[in-house]
Design a protein around this ligand. Structure first.
Ligand SMILES: [Zn+2]
Length: 58
């Protein structure tokens, strides 16, 4: 399952993949132009699909 989002730093569009077995996790993805790492708070809710909240990773 892919989810399109945008880099919080440079607004480059990025796609992240969710592991369907996860209930909740935090993912760190590199921006596609590698400006900065991006953190995602991933929530998988029954009947509601997957939601991603992007956060600025330090
Ligand atoms: Zn970026």
């Amino acid at each position: 399952m892919a989810n399109d989002s945008a880099c919080l730093w440079c607004w480059q569009r990025i796609s992240i993949l969710a592991d369907g077995g996860l209930q909740r996790s935090e993912e760190i993805e590199d921006c596609e132009v590698r400006c900065n790492p991006i953190g995602f708070d991933v929530r998988i809710e029954e009947g509601r699909g997957v939601t991603f909240t992007a956060v600025k990773a330090q």
